[in-house]
Design a protein around this ligand. Structure first.
Ligand code: URA
Length: 188
């Protein structure tokens, strides 16, 4: 991680901006390369992530790694992974709008420091928060939207793919589209 990311992580670690701080075991700041060209943003930590303090370390993370590795990406090397919320909502319920509102500034700071070329939104919560409130994953997955010099793309959340494996092929096409975009931009 870069020094600026380290400083931000230190500032975030005691965050008590919302009630989720009462029930969290670990705040999940994000992990990966501090200068990654690709950032992936999920919804919120689940049980395993809350226990370990790292994003996407449970079953959905294993599936995510398969997609990343299929297109030459690797969370240990050239991507950064974070979530819309840094703390786990009880019973993995959807993040509340006021929780998103108070947590999002931390993610925006991370984006300012990392300056990714592409942000992949994993699932509805990330895509409606970062791309557009009316984003529909089933209709708009795999499409790129330029905002503020960053290419945003929404795709299925890996947990949704575990529940509905018939969509796994569609998600692979999205990651192949990501690979094409990265090659076009000379990133891969
Ligand atoms: N689901 C998410 O959205 N994020 C994680 O970090 C883990 C599961």
């Amino acid at each position: 991680m870069s020094e600026r990311l380290d400083a931000l992580a230190a500032a975030v670690c005691d965050c008590k901006h919302c009630k989720l701080s009462d029930s969290r075991r670990h705040l999940v700041f994000g992990t990966g390369a501090g200068n990654a060209a690709v950032m992936l943003v999920g919804e919120a930590p689940g049980e395993q992530e809350d226990l370990q303090g790292k994003p996407f370390v449970g079953p959905s993370g294993q599936l995510l790694d398969l997609y990343l590795n299929a297109v030459g990406l690797d969370r240990g090397k050239n991507v950064y992974i974070a979530n819309i919320l840094k703390c786990r909502p009880p019973y993995n319920r959807d993040p509340a709008p006021e929780e998103i509102a108070v947590c999002l500034p931390w993610l925006r700071e991370q984006v300012k420091i990392i300056r990714p070329a592409v942000i992949v939104c994993l699932g509805r919560i990330a895509a409606t928060t970062l791309i557009s409130p009316d984003f529909r994953v089933t209709r708009q997955h795999g499409q790129f939207f330029e905002k503020g010099g960053i290419d945003f793309m929404g795709t299925f959340h890996p947990s949704a793919l575990l529940r509905d494996p018939a969509k796994k092929g569609l998600a692979l096409y999205d990651f192949l589209a990501l690979e094409d975009r990265l090659r076009e931009r000379g990133i891969l």
